[in-house]
Design a protein around this ligand. Structure first.
Ligand SMILES: Cc1ncc(COP(=O)(O)O)c(C=O)c1O
Length: 391
């Protein structure tokens, strides 16, 4: 009997080491990693700059505490502010923690600035924001919520990409203080919010004095071809959350604030023991440097296009393919039926992929993926999808 709590349906494989876009299992078999640990291994595996940064830092000091100044945290906050045009950063260790901070910040704003006693946050259908009680309540997955009631109140759900629905809320609710969304929904099936919708949301938030919260945990850190997904349309949020790919595998999350959300938290309002410790900040700074210095934003955009175009050609006129979509290296191939077994078939064939929302093949490769990696992925995976759909 395993002593690991049974919270994951795991594939029957264990990896011993990695190298760039490749992972190797205990038998020495290699796999082309098109998932990157669910959008975490931004620079692939064992990137020398990340290895060097964390080794050096480990030899100096791993952790000191937020009771003291942490110069690397200050540098990382400056760097994040520079690439996002946000003002302030709170550091934590994961996506849900970043979102938890965002939710608290929005509620605090409601109480302190708007005099709202029961602040409400508008959230989206098919949203995923995490599995703590508050973020699970903001999440739209009934299956994930079942058994954990009572959920946290204070969320109002509307259809994604429907500005009219948010306008209706505006007309009827006085307690709303913020709108929270993923600019690209990941777990919900890889859905992209268009620029027109995001700009309209920004305008509505401005008009009503609501905070716009963008959850960039999955789509941020360069994955879409810009540092952050909202930058495709320029509608800067008041609060933005990042995690996953920020530390290239070293746990780190961040909640960034600007505009009306700036300057709200004071000492004692929020905290984290580990958040933004020197080791995690060294990993994140190295990650951002490599993205910048090696042109990985452009690479994500170009290789992402190549993958989508490759599948569009390879799966053209294949009955059962509903859509091929995404942005940069966040890609979904929607099929007309549940397709979880494709994950194992791909594994056997030496490809790491994922299926989300039941029927969407999700690809989240590292930002270092090359054109030839893209070609190998299309050549290997498209026949599997074709065979699966022909059964
Ligand atoms: C958009 C989004 N937000 C939040 C989370 C939660 O992040 P974590 O698992 O690090 O808590 C996820 C995880 O998949 C996510 O995709």
């Amino acid at each position: 009997m395993s002593h690991v709590m049974n919270t994951y349906a795991r594939q029957p494989v264990a990896f011993t080491h990695g190298d760039g876009v490749w992972l190797f299992d205990e038998t020495g078999k290699r796999y082309l990693d098109a998932l990157a640990g669910i959008a975490v291994s931004t620079l692939g595996h064992n990137h020398p700059k990340v290895v060097q940064a964390i080794s050096r830092q480990a030899g100096k000091v791993l952790h000191t505490s937020n009771l003291y100044r942490i110069p690397l945290q200050e540098r990382l906050a400056d760097r994040l502010a520079e690439i996002s045009a946000m003002d302030e950063v709170f550091f934590c260790n994961s996506g849900l923690e970043a979102n938890e901070a965002a939710i608290k910040l929005a509620r605090f704003y409601g109480h302190k600035k708007k005099g709202v006693d029961l602040p409400t946050i508008v959230v989206m259908e098919h949203a995923f924001h995490g599995r703590s009680l508050a973020t699970l309540s903001a999440t739209a997955n009934r299956k994930a919520q079942a058994g954990f009631e009572p959920l946290v109140p204070g969320f109002l759900r509307v259809p994604y990409r429907d500005i009219g629905a948010v306008q209706q809320v505006a007309a009827h609710s006085r307690d709303v203080v913020a709108v929270m969304l993923e600019v690209l929904q990941g777990e919900g099936g890889v859905h992209v919010a268009d620029a027109e919708y995001l700009c309209a949301l920004r305008a509505l938030c401005d008009e009503r004095g609501w905070l716009l919260i963008c959850d960039e945990v999955q789509c941020g850190t360069g994955r879409t071809g810009k540092w952050f997904g909202w930058q495709h349309c320029g509608a800067r949020p008041d609060i933005m959350t990042v995690a996953k790919g920020l530390g290239s595998g070293v746990p780190i999350g961040a909640c960034l604030a600007a505009g009306l959300a700036r300057g709200l938290f004071q000492p004692g309002n929020h905290g984290s023991t580990f958040g933004g410790n020197p080791l995690a900040c060294a990993a994140a700074l190295a990650t951002l440097d490599v993205i910048d210095e090696t042109g990985l934003l452009d690479n994500a955009a170009c290789v992402g296009n190549a993958i989508r175009n490759g599948f569009a050609v390879a799966l053209a006129k294949v009955p059962g393919v509903v859509a091929i979509r995404g942005q940069g290296l966040m890609i979904g191939i929607e099929l007309d039926r549940p397709c979880a077994e494709l994950v194992e078939q791909a594994l056997d064939a030496g490809f790491l992929i994922n299926v989300t929302a039941g029927n969407v093949v999700r690809l989240l490769p590292a930002l270092i993926f090359s054109d030839s990696d893209a070609q190998a992925l299309v050549d290997g995976l498209a026949p599997l999808i074709r065979d699966f759909l022909s059964q």
